[in-house]
Design a protein around this ligand. Structure first.
Ligand SMILES: Nc1ncnc2c1ncn2[C@@H]1O[C@H](COP(=O)(O)OP(=O)(O)OP(=O)(O)O)[C@@H](O)[C@H]1O
Length: 583
């Protein structure tokens, strides 16, 4: 059952954002100071303009006016520089916060238990680290600098209006409810119509592509008319929705214009009546307040028009922060003195009501090689994952030398799973994932130990050959040998092998078995035996069925006992004989 990854609540998202800003308090304070400086520098010339109006009205000499004009020009110049710096600083701060968010998200995701990711769907996580990061990134780089500068300007302009006269300040605020009403009208209508438009455009492209790709079939069955009708219908839907979007936006702009008219008219009326009543308000102050308000038209519209994108970025941010709220066990640090692997009364289930392991106990002595066998779905991979600390038992313990596996320092237990991933890059770097400082000689020795050096040297660029996605393709068996060579380089005391690649009885299977044997030599090894020949070569065999241990013993003892293992072995021998017969 799919269980989506969590989404952070608004409170958690704010707390995270504040935490990030606190961690960069000097940079954040400098950014705010520069932004306020830029906004202040753009407010001062307007208030100075009011002063000039009053001075001219009072018949002041031009010698009084010129210094004010020069000062205004200098401040405007400074304001321009500060505005540019604010854009750079906000973008840089946003990008840094986003980079650390992306690292946190990926870091958490990589440490999540594999089954949590399986349940949530890897697609959800990929969408978060790609589409959501892109949405937040676009906001950080494109909207936030303008929106934040606009906010500073709005706050300082309204403060300046109150500074000129409280009546002018109040008059300026009169437009606020009209702006809010316009936004309240627009937002619930815009999201569905934008989504419907995107869907309609997508459907039209899909139809077009299908018709072009299947053009031969369309001709063969004379379906041209029907396809053209369908494309016409899809195009008409997309066109109508685009017209709908445009008309909605135009009506929104109309509402904003009415709010602007209301604000400007209120300021002019308030100023006019105050001046006429002979109060403290002057013509210059009224003119300055009107210009201050008028200059807010663009920034406020900018905030309102980008509200959709800001909301989308906020939603993306909440989804990214949400991943970070998942509990992740801290990396262990303990080093055990012993190297035995012991599972005691382990129970486990992926779902609450469906038990998969029902009280498994087993011990692999230091240096011993134990094979787990059992039919499909018996629980072998689950036991291996618990022994490696990838899954946590519901009850019971898994420990190495008495230390629970999730408290162990890295590098003590290593698991090779059924999906051996080849990371894109030079083959030598793939090997160095296990031991970052490994020399070429050490890497070659590891490859030789698992019988992979010959083919690795024959690659076009030897160990420098780029493998993985987009690089030189490796066979599944070669990828498995690479994983075994990584294990040799890591040199863990405990090795857990759950690889299932080669076909029973094939030469590839025998080769891989030899590679695995060489890689785990001298280590305490728990091996999920997908091929029973692997089990036959082990020191002991544990037979699992329906999540319980059915039999334990050596190959010979279990065959002689004539129980479940003996049946499996007989069936296996029959299969390999018939496989050889067909070959
Ligand atoms: N991620 C998962 N979510 C839910 N159920 C799971 C998950 N992985 C395994 N199971 C179930 O748990 C049970 C044991 O699976 P497990 O893979 O451990 O068996 P196995 O013995 O290794 O089988 P195989 O030989 O086919 O690999 C099976 O019933 C399987 O369907």
């Amino acid at each position: 059952m799919s269980q989506a990854l969590p989404v952070a609540t608004p409170r958690q998202t704010w707390a995270w954002l504040c935490g990030q800003l606190r961690a960069r308090r000097v940079e954040a304070a400098f950014t705010v100071a520069t932004g306020l400086g830029a906004a202040g520098a753009s407010v001062v010339p307007v208030t100075a303009l009011g002063m000039l109006v009053d001075l001219v009205r009072d018949g002041a000499a031009s010698a009084t006016l010129v210094p004010i004009g020069v000062l205004v020009a200098a401040i405007a110049l400074l304001g321009g520089v500060a505005a540019g710096a604010t854009t750079t600083l906000v973008t840089r701060l946003g990008e840094r916060i986003l980079a650390s968010l992306r690292e946190e998200t990926v870091g958490t995701a990589l440490r999540l238990p594999a089954h949590t990711l399986d349940r949530a769907g890897r697609g959800d996580l990929l969408a978060r680290v790609s589409a959501d990061v892109a949405a937040v990134g676009t906001a950080a780089a494109e909207f936030m600098p303008t929106v934040i500068s606009a906010l500073f300007l709005a706050v300082l302009s309204v403060t300046a209006m109150f500074g000129l006269d409280w009546r002018l300040g109040l008059a300026g605020l009169a437009a606020m409810p009209a702006y809010l009403l316009a936004l309240r009208w627009y937002l619930p209508r815009s999201a569905p119509i934008y989504a419907a438009e995107r869907a309609a455009v997508g459907a039209r492209s899909q139809l077009l592509m299908e018709s072009l790709q299947g053009v031969r079939t369309v001709h063969a069955y004379r379906l041209e008319g029907r396809h053209l009708d369908a494309i016409d219908g899809a195009s008409a839907r997309a066109r109508d929705l685009s017209v709908g979007v445009f008309s909605l936006f135009t009506r929104f702009v109309g509402r904003i214009s009415r709010a602007e008219l209301l604000g400007l008219a209120t300021i002019l009326f308030a100023g006019f009546f105050s001046v006429r009543a002979g109060g403290n308000v002057t013509v210059g102050e009224t003119a300055a307040a009107a210009v201050l308000f008028h200059r807010l038209f663009n920034p406020v519209s900018m905030i309102l028009f980008t509200f959709d994108e800001i909301q989308a970025a906020g939603a993306g941010l909440a989804r990214l922060v949400g991943v970070g709220t998942l509990p992740v066990a801290p990396t262990g640090t303990r080093t055990p003195t012993g190297t035995d692997l012991t599972l005691r009364a382990v129970t486990f289930g992926y779902e609450e009501q469906v038990p998969v392991l029902c009280g498994i106990s087993l011990r692999v002595a230091p240096g011993e090689r134990v094979a787990l066998v059992g039919s499909t779905g018996a629980g072998k991979t689950t036991v291996a994952s618990i022994a490696a600390g990838l899954l946590r038992p519901r009850s019971g313990t898994a420990a190495v030398g008495g230390v629970p596996v999730d408290e162990l320092a890295p590098g003590i237990v290593a698991i090779i799973t059924q999906e051996s991933h080849v990371f894109a890059g030079p083959l030598i770097e793939d090997l160095r994932l296990a031991a970052p400082g490994a020399t070429v000689e050490a890497a070659e020795a590891a490859l030789e130990q698992v019988g992979a050096l010959d083919w690795a040297r024959c690659l076009p660029g030897g160990l420098a050959t780029v493998v993985g996605e987009g690089g030189h393709p490796l066979t599944a068996a070669q990828a498995q040998q690479l994983a075994l060579a990584r294990l040799v380089l890591l040199d863990p005391a405990i090795a857990i092998l759950d690889e299932a690649t080669a076909e029973a009885g094939s030469a590839g299977a025998r080769e891989l078995e030899e590679s695995a044997l060489a890689a785990t030599k001298g280590r305490t090894t728990l091996l999920v035996a997908h091929r029973l020949t692997q089990a036959a070569g082990a020191d002991r065999i544990v037979v699992l069925e329906h999540g319980v241990v059915l039999e334990v013993g050596t190959h010979d003892a279990l065959v002689a006992a004539g129980g479940r293992y003996a049946t499996l072995w007989a069936a296996w021998q029959g299969r390999t004989r018939s496989a050889r017969g067909h070959a």
